[in-house]
Design a protein around this ligand. Structure first.
Ligand SMILES: *Cc1c(COP(=O)(O)O)cnc(C)c1O
Length: 463
């Protein structure tokens, strides 16, 4: 399309409105392997291909919007994490990032453990055959029913989050004649997000028991006294989308300090520490996440060093990556419905989904990238905002991105790195039908979570 066909025209760096974006990329057709699932590339016709299948075929078969998940990539990331941490550590996939029965089976086959944080996630895990002893149960307000179920089925650990819960879990376990393996979640006074971490004054949050003021030490004291509990270690989770290891360093040091205090006071060396998840992924080409083996090496070194200094034997380490495993493996495929040029501002590209399939942009101001994937284009870059179809002006999927100026209704665009916290946080706002998740591998595509239907919606509305 010629420039004159667009009254507002493509935007160039010198006339860009304010916003958080860098200069237009030199090649809009390039699919940066940093942000796209591993098997994604373009075929000779210019369409993006995942798991050997062009997106044009996937859209025709499964419709849009839809999430397409690269199964080989998911499995490879599971293996990279478990290989990096080796035999002396445990990797727990954080199921809240995205959980389905197929995912549970892949995790099981690849030898990972699983974190759940609700009865629903526990039920999903068990129904797909995850052995209970490989499940950790989290949450700051587990119901008595959830605790009872977890203890009955024999989950490997329950992560205790409050003084009331210490007593509650002990009571339930004892009444079932069991001794439940538990960890205590502590807040170490570190909060880490992306490139920054703050090492003071972040006890003000709902999770965990503060190390400060001796709270965590008191929790250990209580847990060690209760017959229903077997205290196996201390847990710390410091944030999300973290790139810098400095926050983990402070966290590990403070957790090891507590282990040393526990040894001094009680004469017991707790055998495990869990350093949580939160490892960052690339949502845009600017992000540079670390590889699992770097992370494993750094964490092992920190813990070994701190334990040596404290005269403790090194505990078994566990980590809980969610986003870092599933995030990069999927993209959301949308069809463009309208393209609206706002003179001197930007172009609004409306797609057939929105905040109901990706709430992260509205909720956290998250950044994403986007590409035209049904074809290539040599048109100029056009500063675009990708928005959904919901009745809400904050319904933004990608705040600022460059798409080719000849973008038109009917084109397919895809947002990469939507494997984590998109389907799992999806809603029925405006009675949207939540999109399917389709696993693609070796030229075969298979629905692992089907698209919702109007019958699904109406079934809950009992009138
Ligand atoms: C959310 C969460 C995780 C996973 O976080 P990611 O950012 O997805 O890696 C791990 N552990 C706990 C306790 C969590 O709450």
């Amino acid at each position: 399309m010629s420039r004159s066909a667009h009254p507002a025209g493509p935007r160039h760096a010198d006339v860009l409105p304010e916003g958080h974006y860098s200069a237009p990329p030199t090649d809009l057709n390039h699919l940066d392997p940093k942000v796209w699932a591993r098997t994604v590339h373009r075929d000779e016709d210019g369409a993006a291909v995942v798991g050997g299948i062009p997106v044009t075929r996937l859209a025709a078969e499964f419709g849009t919007p839809a999430y397409f998940l690269d199964e080989a990539d998911f499995r490879a990331r599971c293996r990279a994490w478990s290989d990096a941490f080796g035999q002396d550590a445990d990797v727990f996939y954080a199921g809240k990032a995205f959980l389905s029965r197929a995912v549970v089976r892949w995790l099981h086959e690849e030898g990972l453990n699983l974190d759940v944080c609700s009865g629903g996630e526990l039920a999903t895990a068990l129904s797909a055959g995850m052995p209970a002893e490989r499940i950790a149960f989290h949450g700051n307000n587990k119901s008595p029913q959830e605790i009872q179920r977890a203890v009955e089925v024999g989950v490997g650990r329950i992560v205790l989050d409050s003084f009331q819960e210490i007593a509650r879990v002990a009571h339930i376990a004892q009444s079932l004649g069991k001794r439940q393996r538990v960890q205590i979640r502590v807040t170490v006074g570190v909060e880490a997000h992306t490139h920054e971490f703050i090492a003071t004054a972040h006890e003000d949050q709902k999770f965990g028991i503060a190390l400060a003021g001796g709270q965590a030490a008191e929790a250990v004291r209580r847990a060690l006294k209760l017959d229903g509990l077997e205290l196996i270690g201390i847990h710390s989770h410091i944030g999300s989308q973290i790139f810098d290891m400095a926050g983990f360093e402070v966290s590990a040091r403070r957790v090891v300090q507590l282990l040393a205090e526990v040894r001094d006071e009680h004469g017991v060396e707790l055998p495990e520490i869990d350093l949580g998840g939160g490892l960052g992924i690339a949502y845009t080409s600017e992000d540079d996440p670390r590889e699992p083996h770097h992370i494993a090496k750094a964490l092992n070194e920190i813990v070994t060093r701190e334990c040596e200094a404290a005269g403790l034997s090194t505990p078994r380490i566990s980590v809980e990556p969610g986003r870092a495993i599933v995030g990069p493996t999927a993209f959301t495929l949308y069809e463009v419905g309208t393209v609206k040029h706002l003179e001197g501002l930007r172009t609004y590209v409306s797609v057939d989904g929105g905040m109901s399939d990706n709430i992260r942009t509205a909720l956290y101001d998250a950044e994403y990238s986007v590409a035209l994937v049904s074809r290539t284009s040599e048109a100029e870059p056009m500063l675009s905002r990708v928005v959904g179809k919901h009745c809400e002006s904050g319904d933004i999927v990608v705040k600022d991105a460059f798409l080719p100026a000849d973008l038109a209704p009917g084109d397919l665009i895809a947002v990469p790195a939507t494997g984590a916290y998109c389907r799992s946080m999806a809603s029925n706002y405006n009675h949207a039908l939540r999109p399917p998740v389709v696993a693609v591998r070796d030229g075969e595509a298979r629905v692992i979570v089907r698209r919702e239907t109007e019958e699904d919606l109406l079934r809950l509305d009992v009138g």
